[in-house]
Design a protein. Structure first.
Length: 136
């Protein structure tokens, strides 16, 4: 029997944000963690019309004041100044009933597995980028 590190076992545990009501039809949709260029995603949202006024197009903004580690708060808004449509959502689910985000837990576990003993992985990546060093 093969044993797994605790970090792998922790990631396999449900985060408490499971969609128990989802059907088999939903299982074909995208899921999991991906690196996404927000500017590309924003350009795709601009193609959609507002669901409220049916006139304006949708724009995607990031609420910089609500950044929580690697989790961000994104806002979809209608470009029509007369429309009040606004939808806010986080880029990561929370773990159970806590305030901790799944993406932050995964980053911490990944940096531990890579033996990065820096205060934060983003700090090391930034430092290596600034000094043109590989950040492996």
């Amino acid at each position: 029997m093969k044993s797994f590190p605790a970090s792998v076992r922790n990631l396999d545990e449900p985060s408490g944000e499971s969609n128990s009501s989802s059907s088999k039809e939903d299982s074909n949709g995208p899921e999991g963690f991906h690196f996404v260029d927000i500017s590309v995603l924003a350009s795709v949202f601009q193609l959609f019309c507002c669901p409220v006024c049916k006139y304006g197009h949708i724009e995607l903004e990031e609420d910089g004041s609500a950044k929580m580690g690697f989790a961000s708060l994104l806002v979809l808004k209608c470009k029509n100044r007369n429309c009040k449509f606004s939808e806010r959502f986080c880029t990561s689910s929370k773990i159970g009933g806590s305030q901790a985000f799944e993406v932050n837990r995964r980053i911490v576990l990944a940096t531990r597995n890579m033996n990065w003993h820096w205060p934060s992985c983003s700090c090391k990546i930034y430092w290596c980028y600034e000094h043109a060093l590989p950040h492996e």
